[in-house]
Design a protein around this ligand. Structure first.
Ligand SMILES: *Cc1c(COP(=O)(O)O)cnc(C)c1O
Length: 370
């Protein structure tokens, strides 16, 4: 095929015109990092957009998750999802804790509260759940399990930028929620992330942990890390934030086109129906079932022949990676829903400026692969 390749995602950039005034402020102030004026403004504007009161911007979500666990001193078992990006479990290990995998719900692809409860031992200290593809977890179910057993509930909200559940910001759920502003996410600052806190005291404690544990010129209260965001990254975020509604609308439009074209294809199940209030259309995952004319992997390869690079998120499962697969909780019998999800789900190309003609090439093959 001579047509240009289509990748699963393509980052959104602010215009150079929009970012220039922020860069001029940096060059004038010579403040490059350490809670500078742009970072403070980015924090305030983001909090307002997300509808939360307290958040700490950090340099990426992976370290945000590590700080969240360190804040609560969690070094025991943390129950988490095998159906996620590898950073979720890696963060648990970097915090010095132990991931324990529990199964997911086959419809939401998120941790199943009953499976979580069945995985609790005397060593369990926390649950780290993921709102996979921006689909909300059963937040009430998970909160009930956490409450019954005295566990912390931390959300990896890397996919959940701007998502609302019953009109409320999803990132306000749990003890802490961690967002990612990596280049490939719904909203980006090239690299970046944020931790949403329930109160000012927690926010300030996380800010301190993000800055080596420094309290003042002569006082260091704990073994903190450096997870600060630079003014340059804050400038990117500030220049892009005013366009976020337009970005999500463009995603919704394309997700809707996929839905119209693919939801009736025999053997395919589209996991994210459009038109749900508060969704962010981060991904368009399809489940390739046994009645479809070919397997998920064959469809993935077929698309590749035409230069279309769909992605098998999440395959392999985290629990199948070499550093985790020997854990007792990684056993296939423990993960009866996660296993087929890892083998059947394919995420189709979706980004705000994906040309409809390219999307139609994807649709043409997926709707009639043979
Ligand atoms: C991207 C991602 C992360 C890591 O975010 P970074 O900001 O790149 O560190 C963590 N969890 C999930 C589910 C992700 O998709």
């Amino acid at each position: 095929m001579s047509s240009s390749p289509v990748f699963v995602t393509r980052p959104v950039l602010p215009s150079l015109t929009d970012i220039m005034p922020f860069l001029e402020r940096i060059w004038t102030s010579r403040v490059l990092s350490n809670n500078g004026p742009l970072l403070q403004q980015f924090e305030a504007d983001l909090a307002r957009y997300l509808g939360v009161e307290f958040l700490s911007i950090v340099c990426n979500a992976s370290l945000g998750l590590v700080l969240a666990l360190r804040h609560y001193g969690i070094t025991g078992e943390v129950i988490t999802s095998p159906f996620s990006f590898v950073a979720t479990s890696h963060a648990i290990r970097w915090a010095g804790a132990e991931p324990v995998f529990a199964d997911i719900d086959p419809h939401t692809l998120n941790l199943d509260p009953a499976a979580v409860e069945a995985s609790i031992t005397p060593r369990t200290q926390a649950i780290m759940a993921v709102h996979c593809y921006g689909i909300p977890c059963d937040t009430e179910g998970l909160a009930a399990v956490a409450r019954r057993h005295g566990l912390r509930l931390i959300y990896d909200a890397a996919h959940a930028f701007g998502v609302r559940k019953n009109g409320h910001p999803l990132v306000a759920e749990g003890d802490l929620s961690v967002l990612s502003f990596h280049a490939t996410k719904v909203f980006n600052s090239f690299e970046g992330g944020a931790i949403v806190s329930p109160d000012r005291e927690t926010k300030l404690a996380l800010d301190r942990l993000a800055n080596y544990g420094i309290v003042d010129e002569v006082t260091v209260s704990e073994i903190g890390l450096n997870t600060k965001m630079s003014e340059l990254h804050a400038a990117v975020g500030l220049a892009l934030l005013p366009r976020i509604d337009e970005i999500i609308d463009a995603r919704d439009h394309l997700a809707n086109r996929y839905w119209q074209a693919l939801s009736q294809v025999p053997g395919l199940h589209c996991l994210c129906p459009p038109g749900q209030p508060g969704q962010n259309s981060y991904m368009f995952p399809i489940r390739v079932g046994p009645e479809y004319p070919m397997s998920r992997d064959a469809l993935h390869a077929r698309l590749k022949e035409d230069g279309i690079f769909a992605r098998r998120y999440f395959h392999p499962l985290i629990s199948d990676l070499p550093m985790y697969r020997d854990l007792p909780s990684a056993a296939p019998e423990n993960l009866p829903n996660a296993r087929p999800a890892g083998e059947q789900i394919l995420c189709l190309p979706l980004y705000p400026d994906l040309p409809e003609a390219d999307q139609d090439r994807v649709i043409g093959i997926v709707s009639q692969p043979c």
